[in-house]
Design a binder for this molecule. Structure first.
Ligand code: ZN
Length: 279
């Protein structure tokens, strides 16, 4: 499933593709929306601004397209007449005279008036988006102190879109590693300095991944590894998907465990775990 940085890069590609002119072909191949596609013909895209993993495309006619990838959804950008992926089900086509953005396989799709976006179930419960430039580590720090979240383990919290939108599994592991924490810790167990290190990592890692097309490893290290011919998938992450490989910092083998039903990866030496208060 794509995480916030991947969705934001898709948004950039859609914005570039559709910036050139009015929509000439609009198809919603999902039953309740098919008849409304006509309302977008001739409209121009005014903004493509995801929130977390939800894609929002605003048009100058006052309507906003909303969709969520869930597990299999994917946008592809191509020439106006083509549908580049023949193996998947086309759900939405938005095309100018030259270029098209095609949404495949997603099932959570809607078209609403811009005034109704904030109340829409696809976005109404979302926390701040770590990739929104106005979101600061201090704002994330305030959420870590919020009574709704202080008792939730970080393994759950970092996947909870109500806490912070756009984080997913690879970001969870690499954020925890950057903060020197394990998935079992809860915000209430942490001192102020550790909380601010965690808040900084929650903001920094998604932005690094967005800028670098998916690299969360230290950039100087990733570049040096690339020069030595290390394949991208082996140098991309700090700890995620590296079970058994040596920690970049201390060479201890990376371990994998389950947290919130999904695998998370950590260095047992750099992330020693905190002594939890006895209950
Ligand atoms: Zn280590």
């Amino acid at each position: 499933m794509p995480e916030g940085p991947e969705v934001r890069r898709e948004a950039d590609a859609i914005a570039r593709a559709l910036a050139g002119g009015p929509l000439e072909r609009v198809e919603y191949r999902v039953r309740p929306l098919a008849a409304r596609a006509e309302a977008l013909r001739g409209a121009r895209v005014s903004a493509v601004a995801p929130r977390g993993k939800a894609m929002l495309i605003a048009f100058d006619c006052g309507l906003v397209h909303l969709s969520h990838h869930q597990l299999y959804g994917r946008w592809r950008v191509s020439g106006a007449g083509s549908e580049p992926d023949a193996d998947r089900t086309v759900r939405v086509v938005l095309a100018t005279a030259r270029r098209a953005a095609v949404l495949y396989s997603a099932t959570a799709i809607d078209l609403v008036a811009s005034r109704d976006v904030d109340a829409h179930p696809m976005v109404s419960a979302l926390g701040p988006d770590a990739l929104d430039p106005s979101v600061t580590p201090a704002a994330i720090g305030a959420r870590l102190a919020d009574p709704r979240f202080v008792r939730i383990t970080l393994g759950h919290l970092l996947l909870d879109q109500r806490f912070c939108a756009g984080l997913g599994n690879y970001l969870r592991s690499d954020i925890l590693h950057t903060a020197g924490l394990r998935a079992q810790a809860r915000p209430r167990d942490l001192d102020a300095r550790t909380l601010s290190r965690l808040a900084a990592a929650i903001v920094a890692l998604p932005r690094r991944s967005y800028r670098t097309r998916g690299i969360t490893n230290d950039l100087r290290r990733a570049r040096a590894l690339a020069l030595r011919g290390v394949p991208r998938r082996e140098r991309r992450f700090l700890v995620y998907d590296r079970e058994g490989a040596p920690c970049w910092t201390c060479a201890t083998p990376i371990r994998r465990e389950d947290a919130a039903g999904r695998g998370w990866y950590y260095c047992p030496n750099c992330q020693p775990g905190i002594r939890l208060p006895r209950r």
